[in-house]
Write a protein that binds this ligand. Structure first.
Ligand code: SF4
Ligand code: SF4
Length: 247
């Protein structure tokens, strides 16, 4: 395995690459990276954070995010809202991250970022991120697993089955109602659950009983259904049967 020096910011590395880094409460820059940053949230990030805070997805989106529409994209950018006054992340304190077990994907990755081709690069310098001067060494894969990245990778891979074709097809959809439904199915899961159980959704679509009971109990199962529903509605994938309305 190839070793990395401390100053290789920007170099592309694969997951077997050895990487020297350690972040811990005693490091002099502790929590400095939790200020004035753009942290883009995936649907799974929102799911984990709203559960950790014990609030609804609606309240989380209202109180903790900035939603930025993207031109010619159905799905907007959802970013964590920094405090207006001091630009700190709302979850940072002197003791560290208050939502550490459920921190978003970019926070788990830092000081790395992942490129579209699956390689990694260091996005910080060792003069700012002093953990890069530490001697603890592991492969990028070992380190990522230690950061709890696996369920995030699984959910992001599922999400990409929607986002990648949508980007490739350059769908010209300018219907705000469709945009709202897609956003709800991916990001606003508590509203989506209400929609499923309080609208004609289950009367119109044949969803197996085990799946219905799964989405009642599990936000993860609900998000998977949301992804399938968007693929069914927008990409024409035959993931649900439409019930015979006369029966
Ligand atoms: S700047 Fe780097 S070492 Fe310092 S707290 Fe952030 S991740 Fe850890
Ligand atoms: S969520 Fe936690 S780790 Fe991420 S920026 Fe906020 S305080 Fe830092």
């Amino acid at each position: 395995m190839k070793n990395t020096s401390k100053e290789q910011k920007g170099e592309r590395m694969d997951e077997k690459h050895l990487f020297k880094f350690k972040c811990y409460p005693g490091v002099p820059c502790f929590t400095q990276c939790c200020r004035d940053v753009t942290i883009v949230l995936t649907p799974y990030d929102v799911l984990r954070l709203k559960k950790a805070l014990g609030i609804s997805s609606d309240k989380f989106l209202d109180d903790y995010t900035v939603i930025i529409p993207k031109e010619k994209r159905l799905i907007p950018m959802v970013a964590l809202k920094m405090n207006e006054k001091d630009k700190n992340c709302p979850f940072v304190s002197e003791e560290g991250c208050a939502v550490y077990q459920d921190r978003p994907w970019p926070c788990r990755m830092y000081p790395l970022d992942m490129e579209d081709d699956g390689t990694f690069r260091i996005i910080a310098t060792s003069s700012h991120c002093l953990g890069l001067k530490e001697e603890k060494e592991s492969s990028i894969r070992e380190w990522l697993v230690d950061q709890g990245i696996v369920p995030y990778e699984e959910m992001n891979a599922l999400l990409s089955t929607v986002t990648t074709p949508l980007q490739a097809q350059d769908l010209d959809i300018e219907n705000p109602d469709i945009e709202k439904m897609v956003f709800m199915a991916l990001y606003n899961l508590d509203r989506f659950r209400d929609f499923i159980f309080k609208s004609t959704f289950l009367k119109r679509l044949d969803v197996p009983e085990e799946r219905v009971s799964g989405i009642e109990k599990s936000d993860e199962e609900l998000l998977k259904l949301g992804i399938d529903w968007v693929k069914f509605g927008l990409l024409g994938e035959k993931l649900f049967y439409v019930k015979n309305q006369s029966s």
